[in-house]
Design a protein around this ligand. Structure first.
Ligand code: ADP
Ligand code: MG
Length: 275
């Protein structure tokens, strides 16, 4: 890895279009708030997390996942590897027995999920990520539950990102297609004006075309200065847009590298990408 942006070959490393440090005019986040001055290293990190559910066995074993300012980090790995568990641990839905979670350099390991939302974490879980009987617009309003300020302009930004949601704003979210429901879920998370967005399988159950469209929208969000940490079962496509990739196996970090490095790694290819 180099610090010279011109030697990095992914589009969203271009500072002129991506605003990697979150300064300046960006739609979802107040100017200058994405990365506090003097914060080096990852924006969000689950560091050496070990833990499981309740009194059950450990699922995560010293698992480390991080996302840097302005980047997209992707977690891939077989079913049951602990990808969702790692996301839940970072979001505070699971007590880690050891390890820590830090956001912009601050230790937030002891915070509740709601307090993490207040700190700037947006999380779209893998399941039950919308209210199906509520309208699209009501879902977005629910997303803004922590806010006391005017939410209208954020809603317009979400509608700008996902125009179909504006057309369907008065329809029950449960009546929408799979891809549109995922847009509602992502839009709902954006309503809190998060400083970092976590997505667990945002393209689950959608067609390849819809997957490509969702990835384009996710890249668009990242270009507004919001770092993105996502789990993806479409490993190859996800690693293609990833600045950093993590392959998890049985709750452990098996392979870590840039998306490009992992795509080129013969062992990763053979074991996880189908050759
Ligand atoms: N709520 C839960 N309670 C107990 N065990 C769980 C729960 N959710 C997941 N697990 C277990 O944790 C392991 C990892 O699951 P998960 O994190 O969902 O994997 P992935 O997202 O990689 O498919 C699995 O063995 C699964 O059975
Ligand atoms: Mg999962």
């Amino acid at each position: 890895m180099t610090d010279n942006p011109y030697q990095q070959n992914r589009g969203n490393k271009d500072a002129s279009i991506t605003n990697p440090h979150g300064r300046g005019e960006i739609p979802f986040v107040e100017s200058g708030k994405v990365v506090p001055a003097g914060t080096d290293g990852p924006f969000l990190i689950g560091d050496a997390m070990t833990g499981g559910y309740g009194r059950g066995p450990d699922i995560l074993h010293s698992c480390t996942i991080a996302v840097n300012p302005g980047e997209i980090a992707v977690i891939v790995g077989p079913n049951g590897a602990g990808k969702s568990t790692a996301m839940k641990a970072i979001f505070g839905m699971l007590n880690v027995r050891s390890g820590s979670v830090r956001l912009a350099g601050e230790d937030i390991t002891a915070l509740s999920p709601q307090d993490r939302v207040v700190k700037g974490m947006g999380f779209v879980p893998q399941v039950r990520n919308i209210f199906p009987s509520m309208t699209v617009e009501e879902n977005l309003e629910m997303g803004a539950f922590i806010r006391r300020d005017e939410i209208k302009s954020t809603m317009e930004q979400v509608y700008h990102l996902f125009p179909i949601l504006k057309d369907k704003r008065n329809q029950a979210a449960g009546e929408l297609s799979g891809g549109q429901r995922q847009q509602v879920a992502v839009g709902r998370a954006l309503m809190t004006k998060p400083k970092v967005l976590m997505l667990d399988e945002p393209t689950a159950g959608v067609s390849p075309i819809v997957m490509d469209e969702l990835f384009d929208r996710i890249i668009e969000v990242s270009r507004t200065g919001i770092p993105i940490l996502m789990v993806e079962q479409n490993a190859r496509q996800a690693l293609e847009i990833a600045d950093r990739g993590y392959v998890l196996v049985q709750g452990r970090n098996a392979h870590t590298g840039t998306g490009k490095e992992l795509l080129a790694d013969p062992e990763v290819r053979r074991s996880f990408l189908g050759g």
